[in-house]
Design a binder for this molecule. Structure first.
Ligand SMILES: NC(=O)c1ccc[n+]([C@@H]2O[C@H](COP(=O)([O-])OP(=O)(O)OC[C@H]3O[C@@H](n4cnc5c(N)ncnc54)[C@H](OP(=O)(O)O)[C@@H]3O)[C@@H](O)[C@H]2O)c1
Length: 259
């Protein structure tokens, strides 16, 4: 049975992906830690749309979680033809003073589990010569972001990794795309215990998902959600990198101190 696997589907962008794809007839395998939210969403989508919605409640930052996810799909006889690696969290503050364990857990979730899930599910997509992977990066991945150093670096990894895999997999009929949202109205900042960074422009999860699905249809290697974010990233390309870092540092230093 062809199924879409969405990590971080219990809220925010992942939940919006689930809702949108259910209306398009995708069977779903939803993944996050909050079992109660996943059960409620599966019941709602299974009842409302003519699809099969299942869940796995798991902490993807745990070392064996991606292997357990693959085993679950084999046991349930599911073929994953769209993988959306969306689960992630962030942190904000002076890196030297941040909780090291949490920074490492962020790398385990945002990077390690994403790489392992991609590798494990890509193998069967290659055999079938079809499939798609959306890896959720961020506009934060286009430059270093002082006071969000680890988070931005995890997203730079996701962006670079996904773009490279786009080229490696094109000839197999598989699209790998990095989705780069800017500030989006979700529970991300509360869950990450971060203040929302100052942004004149923010988007809804639904808008981000529309952009992602449009980009995937066009076979893009990466897509920035929201034209003001696109303009900002394009402008950064012509400014010296140190100037971008100083400007971001000035905004986020004062912002972090307020917290
Ligand atoms: N919001 C923004 O402004 C923004 C901007 C750019 C990029 N992004 C990226 O978008 C993605 C989705 O974030 P969001 O904004 O939708 O935030 P969100 O509402 O906080 O959603 C995060 C999702 O990840 C899940 N998750 C967190 N830790 C997990 C773990 N250890 N194991 C399994 N699942 C876990 C959460 O579910 P549980 O808590 O139930 O596990 C939740 O479903 C993230 O990768 C984020 O970096 C967000």
């Amino acid at each position: 049975m062809n199924t879409t696997l969405i990590t971080g589907a219990s809220s925010g962008i992942g939940e919006a992906f689930a809702r949108k794809l259910a209306t398009q007839g995708h069977d779903l395998l939803l993944v996050a830690r909050s079992e109660d939210k996943l059960i409620a969403l599966c019941n709602e989508l299974g009842r409302g749309q003519n699809i099969r919605a299942q869940y796995v409640a798991i902490d993807l930052s745990e070392r064996d979680a991606p292997a357990r996810m693959l085993a679950e799909t084999v046991e349930r006889n599911l073929e994953i033809d769209l993988l959306i690696n969306n689960a992630g969290f962030g942190s904000m503050g002076d890196f030297a003073e941040l909780d090291l364990e949490l920074e490492l857990k962020m790398i385990d979730l945002n990077v390690r589990s994403l790489v392992e899930l991609t590798h494990r599910f890509l193998s069967s997509m290659r055999e079938r010569k079809r499939g798609s992977i959306i890896n959720v990066a961020s506009t934060a991945g286009f430059q270093g972001v002082p006071f969000m150093a680890t988070y931005a670096a995890t997203k730079a990894f996701v962006l670079s990794f996904s773009e490279a895999l786009w080229e490696e997999n094109r000839s197999y009929g598989i699209t790998v795309m990095a989705l780069c949202p800017g500030v989006t109205e979700t529970g991300f900042f509360v869950a990450s215990r971060m203040q929302k960074p100052p942004a004149r422009f923010s988007q809804s999860s639904e808008d981000v998902v529309e952009t992602a699905l449009r980009g995937l249809k066009r076979g893009k290697s990466s897509i920035i959600s929201g034209w003001p974010n696109l303009v900002m990233i394009e402008m950064e390309r012509i400014v010296p990198r140190s100037a971008v870092l100083r400007a971001a540092g000035a905004v986020l230093r004062s912002h972090t101190k307020k917290g």
